[in-house]
Design a protein. Structure first.
Lengths: 298, 264
């Protein structure tokens, strides 16, 4: 049985009367890439800040590698790499000086590793960080997070500011970590950015974890996108009667809808109708994500 | 160990050099007027004509006649402490609440660095900055004495410089401690500025306002100004009281900062 490297039990954090994280329970296992997803303000960053010991929980516990995140901050931080989308760096240092400083805090990192990562990310380390664009600063923060070869990466909306090429290199770095058995905990409010990286995802909304699942399972349970072409004007009343049909739109002979019921019910019904063509595709997980979003707005 | 100290000093290097040159220049510019003050009687007459409340601010006229007295009452009574305390407060706030508001403190604490280590290494960098500025102050005294063609006991020069270092450290560490406790630059600055100004006012007004006599000893400034360090040398009991104040500030900051939430 796999060991949970992150174990969160009833974790709760309030800011005044606002409950930012509400009795959150979660386990993340060794060697997996876990996507922590939710809209802005859902409680993702608050959870991560509790995990790295920047803020303390009002209730509940959290451990990483079996150590309490508050009592064993230093022991945990030796084994993790942390990156956030709005990471503040020391602007008066050059990239090289900053990374050497971070390397000293981690007990030393080979110069070769820093140079290699800088080359991969096309990052100029000789400029003062204050003079760099946001994307280039983020590259330095990324190098700082991975250069000491941590056992786990904790990434809070890490890709903001990256251009597509760097995003691709970032993905390679994450997948390389995964291949080497490292654990990655990555938060995002854009599912498509992390969808292809993650083994499992958890959706958080208004501080509550509303669903956790395997990426493959989630894809299966997601609504299908169905497009039917009838040989005459579409009569959707029959389609509407099938359990699991949602959001029907009709345009002449074309009928489109989402389907989340038993497939044989739909096939049986379509067989009764004068259908010219049928196309059934998996809806993008973004669809699922948006459903949770919309739930939060309601 | 020491990485945070060196990085902080490196980042602040231009600022530290600028404050050191500024403080040295201030000493030199004040000291070069010593010959005119010591030889004429007009100033002494002017001081005697002032109301007692104002006399306590400018010092006794007779003290202007000796280098030690001049250092105590003219150079180090108001001018240099004003400069070095301001510097210490700015640095203290910047290294604590300033870094927290910038987000660099949160970044530092996401590394394998304990809160205690972060607090004490930054504190050491603050004290080292104040110390370097006081090397400038001491250099200013030596150069100004050489330029007016006079000399004074080097021990006493060291004593007044040490006293200035200590009072700047008290206020600098108070600012730093408040920054570490509150995490808010504006609030910490407002409190420390009020305390520094209030302490100075109490100490300077106490000799002529009887109701302030009791509270004068609560002002850190009392243990600096009343010692007349350039004349009497270091008063170790006063030094101990100021160190106690520093230890108190650091202890409170340490106990609170270890457990509180750090803002991003």
């Amino acid at each position: 049985m796999k060991k949970p490297v992150i174990y969160i039990h009833n974790l709760t954090k309030n800011f005044g009367k606002h409950i930012a994280v509400d009795r959150l329970n979660l386990e993340v296992f060794e060697g997996e890439v876990f996507g922590f997803l939710g809209p802005n303000g859902a409680g993702k960053s608050t959870t991560i800040r509790m995990l790295i010991g920047q803020i303390s929980a009002h209730d509940g516990t959290a451990t990483i590698f079996g150590h309490d995140v508050v009592k064993s901050r230093v022991a945990i931080h030796k084994r993790i790499g942390y990156l956030s989308g709005d990471m503040a760096l020391d602007l008066n240092l050059t990239g090289k000086q900053y990374l050497h400083y971070m390397a000293r805090l981690h007990g030393g990192v080979s110069e070769h590793v820093i140079k290699d990562l800088a080359h991969r990310l096309d990052c100029d380390l000789n400029k003062r960080i204050g003079a760099l664009s946001r994307g280039n600063r983020q590259k330095i923060a990324l190098i700082s997070a991975v250069m000491h070869d941590p056992d786990m990466l904790i990434l809070d909306e890490p890709t903001s500011g990256f251009d597509p090429l760097i995003q691709a290199e970032f993905n390679k770095i994450i997948l390389d970590c995964k291949k080497r058995g490292k654990t990655v905990f990555i938060s995002s409010h854009i599912l498509s950015e992390v969808q292809h990286l993650c083994d499992r995802v958890g959706f958080i909304r208004e501080g509550k974890l509303i669903q956790v699942g395997d990426m493959a399972e989630l894809t299966k349970t997601t609504l299908k996108q169905v497009r039917v072409i009838f040989d005459d004007q579409a009569d959707v009343s029959h389609i509407r009667a099938v359990r699991g049909v949602h959001d029907i739109t009709v345009d002449g002979q074309h009928c489109m809808f989402k389907f989340g019921g038993h497939m044989h019910d739909l096939i049986d019904k379509l067989a009764e109708l004068s259908v010219v063509d049928v196309a059934i595709t998996d809806a993008d997980l973004e669809e699922l994500f948006m459903r949770y979003y919309q739930g939060s707005k309601k | 160990m020491g990485a945070i100290i060196w990085k902080t000093l490196y980042e602040k290097r231009f600022s530290i050099v600028a404050w050191s040159i500024g403080a040295a220049a201030m000493v030199w510019l004040t000291m070069i007027f010593y010959p005119s003050f010591s030889q004429g009687d007009q100033l002494a007459d002017l001081v005697k004509a002032l109301p007692p409340q104002l006399q306590s601010l400018v010092g006794e006229a007779s003290s202007y006649k000796t280098i030690g007295g001049y250092l105590d009452t003219v150079v180090f009574n108001l001018r240099i402490p004003m400069v070095v305390i301001t510097m210490a407060i700015i640095f203290g706030i910047s290294l604590s609440a300033g870094d927290e508001e910038k987000g660099t403190l949160a970044t530092l604490l996401a590394q394998p660095v304990s809160r205690s280590r972060a607090l004490f290494e930054k504190l050491t960098a603050l004290l080292a900055s104040i110390f370097i500025v006081h090397v400038g102050v001491l250099l200013g005294i030596v150069l100004s004495l050489l330029s007016i063609g006079d000399w004074y006991s080097f021990d006493k020069q060291l004593a007044i410089t040490f006293g200035s270092f200590l009072i700047a450290s008290v206020f600098g560490i108070l600012a730093y401690a408040l920054g570490m406790i509150l995490g808010k630059k504006g609030m910490a600055s407002a409190i420390v500025a009020t305390v520094a100004f209030g302490a100075f006012l109490i100490d300077s007004m106490a000799p002529s306002v009887s109701m302030l006599e009791g509270v004068q000893k609560f002002s850190p400034y009392y243990y600096y100004s009343s010692a007349e360090l350039a004349v009497n040398g270091v008063d170790w009991s006063y030094v101990a009281i100021q160190i106690l104040m520093i230890v108190l500030c650091v202890s409170v900051a340490w106990s609170i900062f270890r457990h509180r939430d750090v803002e991003v």
